[in-house]
Design a protein around this ligand. Sequence first.
Ligand code: GLN
Length: 248
Amino acid sequence: MCRHLAYLGPPVTLAELLFDPVYSLARQSWAPRDMRGGGTINADGFGVGWYPGDGEPVRYRRAQPIWSDPTIADLAAVTRAGAVLAAVRSATVGMAVLDGAAAPFAQGRWLFSHNGVIRGWPDAVVPLAATLPVRDLLTLDAATDSALLWALVRHRLRAGDDPAEAVARTVAEVAAAAPGSRLNLLLTDGRRVVASAAGHALSVRAAQGSVLVASEPHDDDPGWRPVPEGHLVVATVNEVRVRPLPTR
Ligand code: GLN
């Protein structure tokens, strides 16, 4: 399974999120602390998306371990942003290992990541996939469960769902179609973050005009709060709300 994080707040370097903390995302790629039985390391790719000023996000994604990429450490040291979404990937067996299979998935201002797996892939979700426009299926970033989840969430966003609804309803419909799936989704537009805790670990740290939502606490700061299983986080820099996910 993957590890992911989203940050909103005063501009920081990507290195402050990806590399510097004692249990940073980079460290979580080889020594995650709370994988709940879903894999051991996250070495099948990584990605980071950040918002330069008020513009649309820029991404850097690679299908290799974050520790073996010659560029990301230099890029992270000099790139500052006040909104970031990043992930390290452990591919589910049988799924493609490609740049395009690494989160974040994106469209317009949206950045998206999935930590988990759709059980019974692909058969369990064929009926759900069939509800999407054919064009969306033909242009999936990769033939993976995570890319399909992004297509389902994006379809709801386009239809006018509020982001919390888009995530909550997608989790509910996929969980119903594919029981036992792990569906920690993470979505941001650079101003708010929506994240589900559905089968995997998730924590939040809100501090002084910033918020960090992450699979695992990246340091020993006592401000980290675990998100209970089956809950949805909706966060801005001013407010963190946690509420139960609907079951259907
Ligand atoms: N099933 C996803 C994939 O293979 C996995 C994301 C994760 O949590 N490893 O891309």
